[in-house]
Design a protein around this ligand. Structure first.
Ligand SMILES: [Zn+2]
Length: 505
């Protein structure tokens, strides 16, 4: 099941209708959802948000969204989008800080000060839905508000959840995105493109959100030249999708066309054909991060349809023998020139799988990392499926030596705190290793006893996976010479036959 949709709101603060620009904010890279992205002020509609204090409309659902939007804009920029505002700057500041600390009832505050929200200022600017692959999903209503001169001068962020906020011309925003200097989600790109054309009929144009194959905002291109195309696969929970990436501005490298489902494969074909018609892009080659079935399910049909070669590491080619023919092997450090804009470097990162490759897009510093890191927070290292803990840790360390600021994993959303996340993974594994070693030293004799102690913080429903991980840790500890006499543990047969036979590892 994909994550449930939560109602949210975003407000585009704009100025100068003659030659418009807008105020955008940058989210802190460490945030788990859309970290490092530039966005418009906004957020989730809270239980405390009311439909009161808005005049000019009887649409109560809409009024509640606008109420939430006013609260979010006040929190994030300090601008209070209300009429009849006689409050002093210092009073506003105080209220904002209290609101941020959860100590201010926003409705009471508006009522006490006789502040009203004018519905007519909030121009509808489209609805956007977070795609299914994300761990958190929102139905976001966008509104555009023209700020008065006084209001525009008040816009100022408080560092924390946000790290930056400034006025920017839409064309400059798009230029920064084209250069790979900022991360933008589809709604921001769309709003910037429309505002760049001027303010005439802006609400009407923004409401007409782009639809590809009937689905709103399906083209996801956080960074120019790298499109994300999530596909349904039989992967490990909680993920249900594998991210296929299309890299290039003309000849496309298709990384991990993963879905084994005919319907999803067809959807990818249609998407590719649509791209060819609309932008002249065409499939050039298929790249594989590794051999696991939730990454290669759609390779053969894609290869057959477009007569394009499959490229992978030699080890992956060996493991896929008889199932998928790899036409060209890729070595560590090989530069895959794709077209004028994109340049991928293959980085050999064994550990999760023997032939695992990550692909670094060098112009934008974007690291496509397959199953080395997950957007959901956990990667399985299973000795029964080609995994090796010691190699995995070495590969994580190796990744840190490259130049990049964003990770694009095969499962879940992008990761803005790229190096921080890799370091976190390293620390987490070493913490686990210490726990396993301690449990062994304390005299745990059986696999189950070890599991109960070393994974006491892991929910029981995940223990089937934890068993695989524990085994990988034990093998590493044994090879490191830190434990001995545990042959019967390290030789445990496939501990989770049922799940993996389904996945055909
Ligand atoms: Zn995998």
């Amino acid at each position: 099941m994909s994550a449930p949709l939560k109602l949210s709101v975003a407000v585009v603060p704009a100025r100068n209708p003659q030659n418009p620009d807008f105020f955008w904010v940058q989210r802190n890279p460490v945030l788990p959802f859309m970290g490092r992205f530039h966005a418009f002020p906004g957020g989730k509609v809270d239980e405390t948000d009311k439909n009161s204090c808005v005049f000019g409309s009887e649409n109560q659902a809409q009024n509640k969204l606008i109420f939430a939007g006013v609260r979010e804009v006040f929190e994030e920029t300090g601008v209070l989008l209300v009429e009849n505002n006689k409050l002093l700057e210092t009073e506003l500041q105080k209220a904002r800080l209290k609101l941020l600390e959860g100590e201010l009832d926003f409705e009471n505050f508006l009522l006490e000060n006789d502040l009203k929200i004018d519905f007519s200022r909030f121009l509808e600017a489209g609805k956007w839905v977070t795609p299914e692959f994300q761990p958190m999903r929102f139905e976001a209503s966008y509104f555009l508000v023209w700020l008065s001169e006084k209001e525009e001068k008040q816009c100022k962020i408080i560092t924390g959840e946000l790290v930056e906020g400034n006025w920017i011309k839409p064309n400059l925003a798009l230029e920064l995105w084209e250069k790979g200097e900022v991360l933008l989600s589809p709604p921001i790109i769309f709003v910037a493109k429309e505002l760049a054309k001027g303010s005439q009929n802006i609400s009407q144009r923004l409401k007409n959100t782009p639809k590809i194959l009937g689905m709103p905002g399906k083209r996801i291109e956080f960074r120019k030249g790298i499109q994300l195309f999530p596909q349904r696969t039989l992967t490990l929970p909680p993920a249900e999708h594998t991210n296929c990436y299309l890299v290039g501005t003309q000849k496309l490298s298709i990384i991990d066309p993963a879905s084994p489902f005919e319907e999803d494969q067809k959807f990818l074909f249609e998407y590719l054909e649509n791209l060819e018609k609309s932008s002249g892009m065409f499939p050039g080659q298929i790249l594989l991060t590794h051999h696991h079935p939730d990454h290669v399910g759609g390779v053969n049909v894609l290869k057959e349809r477009y007569k394009i070669p499959v490229l992978a590491h030699e080890e992956t080619a060996k493991l896929l023998q008889g199932e998928i023919e790899v036409d060209q092997t890729v070595r560590d450090g090989e530069i895959l020139k794709i077209d004028g804009f994109c340049e991928l470097e293959a980085v050999f990162t064994p550990g999760h799988a023997p032939g695992h490759l990550c692909f670094l897009e060098k112009n934008t510093g974007t690291f496509i990392v397959g199953d080395m890191i997950s957007g959901f927070g956990t990667i399985l290292i299973s000795a029964d499926h080609g995994g090796e803990m010691a190699l995995y840790l070495k590969s994580l360390e190796k990744m840190l030596t490259y130049d990049f600021d964003v990770l694009l994993p095969a499962h879940g959303g992008s990761i803005g705190d790229a190096k921080g996340k890799i370091k976190q993974y390293l620390e987490h594994r070493l913490m686990r290793e210490r726990k396993v070693l301690k449990a062994v030293q304390k005299g745990s004799k059986t696999f189950t006893e070890l599991l109960e102690i070393a994974y006491d913080d892991t929910p029981k429903n995940l223990w089937e996976f934890a068993k695989l991980s524990l085994k990988a840790h034990l093998i590493k500890l044994k090879n490191d010479g830190k434990i001995y006499g545990f042959d019967e543990l390290t030789q445990i047969r496939k501990t989770n036959e049922s799940i993996y036979s389904k996945l055909k590892f």
